[in-house]
Design a protein. Structure first.
Length: 357
């Protein structure tokens, strides 16, 4: 690994009590370039802009995917990653689906550890705070012919984060737009998936909602995801969540919630969630909660949902009554080293990792 540390840290300009999600960036970034059929050296360098032509093939043909993950700091100043091997597996799955070269574990895992070690001062400590990490791979070849690029860049950047959604939100069940289709790239974290979701979300916002619950592309009869999150439904004391597929992202937070719920003895059913079933539960009073989960937000509680032309209020549960809040606390306590980790999810970032590598 090639190391080029900054001579002008910006950490003194960062106010840990006054910032927004994703608008301040740590001092360094990881860069690795692919050319002539192989990856080059992994480089740690000062964070900053990179020069690209408008003819960059990622801009024109969409070969780009990314991951979302976090680093956490405990009361003793130790820094932890959370299940980084899952993100490594998934970014390679996404890259393969978009005909891009897969990454090595050294590039991804070791690159992460070195970056987090050197910029550990940027990892904020406190309730709801973390460092959001964005690994990304994209085409860099200059060309306007529709084909696979011959050049790529892998990069990792980081930004201090705090609670993404601080209050419950209202969501609309889509009966027209879909996030993904059979045979498409819904199971990949392709950049274009997010671009395609913005317009329908704007329409939902104009109707008084913050997000969309996406339904299947053929019949719009089954839940798939919500916004940029996996979705969970609680009917009576049972949790339901759709199974992953080529249309539904295999979320790390989703998998963690399922594992934690089962560990706590909660009945979890990973099966298709029909809109009809949810509406019937709403009508007979057995629908208790609907929520979304993802790396950035951890848990987004829904206070109401819309279907067709009607809006329905969800029960207002206390922290003791809510499965969503109970599981969120259990997960965050593991991530931030406030609780035992029986699953081996928490990965300590050793100090001076370069010296021990």
């Amino acid at each position: 690994m090639i190391i080029q540390k900054t001579t002008n840290s910006r950490i003194s300009e960062f106010d840990p009590e006054n910032y927004s999600f994703g608008d301040h960036f740590i001092d360094h970034m990881i860069i690795c370039e692919y050319e002539n059929g192989k990856w080059g050296d992994v480089k740690l360098m000062p964070y900053g802009p990179l020069p690209f032509s408008p003819a960059n093939m990622a801009f024109n043909y969409g070969q780009a995917c990314f991951e979302g993950m976090k680093a956490y700091k405990d009361k003793d100043g130790q820094v932890f990653l959370f299940r980084p091997e899952k993100n490594f597996e998934r970014i390679n799955k996404s890259a393969k689906r978009l005909a891009m070269p897969e990454m090595t574990e050294e590039m991804f895992i070791e690159g992460l550890k070195v970056l987090m070690d050197i910029d550990r001062a940027w990892v904020p400590y406190g309730e709801g705070k973390s460092l959001y990490i964005r690994p990304v791979i994209f085409a860099t070849e200059e060309g306007l012919k529709a084909r696979i690029s011959n050049k790529y860049m892998f990069a990792i950047v980081g930004a201090p984060a705090k609670s993404y959604y601080s209050a419950p939100v209202s969501v609309k069940i889509s009966d027209y737009y879909s996030r993904a289709a059979n045979g498409g790239v819904g199971s990949a974290k392709a950049a274009g998936n997010y671009a395609a979701s913005f317009y329908p979300t704007q329409l939902a916002i104009a109707e008084g909602y913050e997000q969309i619950i996406w339904t299947d592309d053929t019949s719009h009869e089954f839940f798939e995801e919500s916004g940029t999150m996996n979705v969970f439904v609680r009917i009576n004391d049972t949790i339901y969540t759709p199974p992953t597929s080529e249309k539904i992202l295999d979320g790390v937070t989703r998998d963690s919630f399922i594992t934690l719920a089962k560990h706590k003895g909660i009945d979890v059913r990973v099966e298709p969630v029909a809109v009809k079933t949810v509406m019937e539960a709403q009508e007979n009073g057995t629908l208790k909660e609907i929520w979304g989960v993802g790396t950035a937000v951890v848990t987004s509680l829904f206070e109401a949902f819309g279907y067709k032309d009607k809006k329905y209020e969800l029960p207002k549960l206390t922290e003791d009554e809510s499965y969503a809040l109970m599981l969120k606390k259990a997960l965050v306590d593991i991530q931030t080293n406030k609780a035992e980790d029986p699953f081996g999810w928490r990965v300590l970032v050793e100090k001076n990792v370069l010296e021990t590598a």
